[in-house]
Design a protein around this ligand. Structure first.
Ligand SMILES: Cc1cc2nc3c(=O)[nH]c(=O)nc-3n(C[C@H](O)[C@H](O)[C@H](O)COP(=O)(O)O)c2cc1C
Length: 177
């Protein structure tokens, strides 16, 4: 189906009126890549706000995520939110890596291309398109609570667990018509 038949564009200023950003950032899908090859994973945590005066989102990725690799390659990505009935499908995308599985072929969601050729799904109720602006590594020494320091020091014994803070400028926001 044509993207603009399903979704209408809203401004960043309208987002807070339509959705609670604290609830939003608790559970969502991140998708990177183009129609020929794309990949999605579940994320929890992050923020929507302003970064260098521009509407932005940031999320935390473990460095081994295949989706992160595609974000770095393409420099664009989408964040998508779904009605509760799709929770099982989202959890599936958070259960194995697209690097060594065919999860994007197995998933029971209908992929759709945005007008900017980014990927999301027809079933989404909200899609935020982003352009990559910054990736920062979270170092344990930069944290000021002992709990965070201890948590990261333990996690970082495995290099795949290194946390990357990924910032993206919001380029478009779409909600289901
Ligand atoms: C509820 C839930 C929340 C998750 N949140 C994150 C997260 O914030 N950051 C992260 O790197 N991985 C998170 N994951 C794990 C990834 O979604 C999971 O490892 C996924 O298989 C990675 O896929 P990929 O390698 O194809 O990108 C979460 C998983 C679940 C089930």
């Amino acid at each position: 189906m044509d993207f603009k038949q399903l979704f209408k564009q809203i401004s960043p200023e309208e987002l807070g009126g339509a959705f609670n950003v604290f609830t939003l950032m608790g559970f969502f899908l991140v998708t990177a890549g183009k129609i020929e090859h794309y990949n999605s994973m579940v994320c929890s945590g992050g923020a929507i706000g302003l970064h260098f005066k521009k509407p932005a989102v940031w999320c935390i990725f473990q460095s081994a995520r295949y989706t992160l690799e595609l974000i770095q390659k393409e420099k664009t990505y989408t964040l998508s939110w779904f009605p509760d009935e799709y929770k099982k499908q989202l959890l599936f995308l958070g259960s194995k890596s697209g690097r060594d599985s065919e999860k994007m072929k197995e998933i029971k969601l209908t992929s759709i291309q945005t007008p900017c050729a980014n990927m999301s799904f027809e079933e989404a109720k909200l899609i935020i398109e982003c352009s990559l602006t910054q990736i920062t590594t979270a170092n344990a020494d930069d944290f000021y609570s002992q709990e965070s320091k201890d948590y990261l020091k333990e996690a970082y014994k495995d290099p795949k667990e290194i946390r990357k803070y990924v910032f993206g400028q919001i380029t478009n926001i779409w909600i289901k018509k």
